[in-house]
Write a protein that binds this ligand. Structure first.
Ligand code: SF4
Ligand code: FES
Length: 250
């Protein structure tokens, strides 16, 4: 059964190019059935009434599928509830009277744009660098003409679950995008349709990742703990194999 709780929020407020600071707000009468973003909506309504600029945060689907939302809650990406995005985190996981420190994702490659919104376009640039999959035009071929082992298809689908939220980068002490990039490389490298461009793809994506200032992987595995989609660190090993085997060829 739902109940109402009161919270104290210490929220990072910052405009682009300016120094940031924490501001304290009270979140009153929050329904425990509300999501974390709905709680912020309630706080923003009250701030607006008081003539205070609402807290800027990113969101779109609010269903855990688009990757737009994200913030640090008490130092944990997405609030660190197992396999849960911030939009799917519910207030029943918090205690009445609790203090929450809410900050944007912290990473050199994710500069703050406004309050809780960071620039994650670097992840889009890595995907773009991966290019396209070449397919023959014409009618779709019979599915059975390209047999794919069940375990490979499942591993490719698991990798494709990455929503590009960037929690892996923000949780990594090196600000590494290896888990994200490895998921994107793996979803193609595992399938025969992705093989023609695999050498070009892995080299281009890794080069872009380095160029944009993402750090290297030192096997901390914080990324896998933070990932709301359960992307496996085995993908990082696959990325390394792909790079060693194919990345030097093109
Ligand atoms: S690997 Fe996980 S944490 Fe990283 S961007 Fe993809 S979904 Fe988000
Ligand atoms: S708003 Fe789409 S994943 Fe959270």
């Amino acid at each position: 059964m739902s109940k109402q709780i009161n919270l104290t929020l210490k929220v990072w407020r910052q405009s682009k190019g300016e120094a940031g600071r924490f501001e304290t707000y009270e979140a009153k009468n929050i329904d425990t059935d509300a999501s974390f973003l709905e709680m912020l909506d309630v706080v923003n309504d009250e701030l607006t009434v008081k003539g205070i600029e609402p807290i800027a945060f990113e969101h779109d689907c609010r269903e855990g599928i688009c990757g737009c939302c994200g913030a640090l809650v008490n130092g944990k990406t997405h609030g660190s509830h197992d396999r849960t995005t911030l939009c799917q985190l519910h207030m029943r996981h918090f205690e009445d009277g609790q203090e929450l420190v809410i900050e944007p994702f912290r990473a050199d490659a994710f500069p703050v744009l406004k309050d809780l919104i960071v620039d994650r376009s670097g992840l889009d640039e890595i995907i773009t660098e991966g290019g396209y999959v070449a397919v023959k035009t014409g009618n779709a071929p019979e599915a059975s003409t390209t047999p794919i082992k069940k375990e490979l298809a499942e591993a490719a689908m698991d990798a494709a679950e990455c929503i590009g939220c960037g929690a892996c980068v923000a949780s990594c002490p090196n600000g590494s995008a290896m888990l994200f990039t490895s998921a994107k490389v793996s979803q193609y490298a595992l399938l025969p349709q992705g093989h023609p461009e695999r050498a070009k793809r892995v080299k281009a994506m890794v080069s872009k990742m380095d160029e944009l200032g993402f750090g290297n992987c030192s096997n901390e595995y914080e990324c896998a703990v933070a990932c709301p989609k359960g992307i496996d660190v085995k993908n990082i090993a696959r990325l390394n194999r792909e790079f060693i085997k194919h990345g030097f060829k093109s």
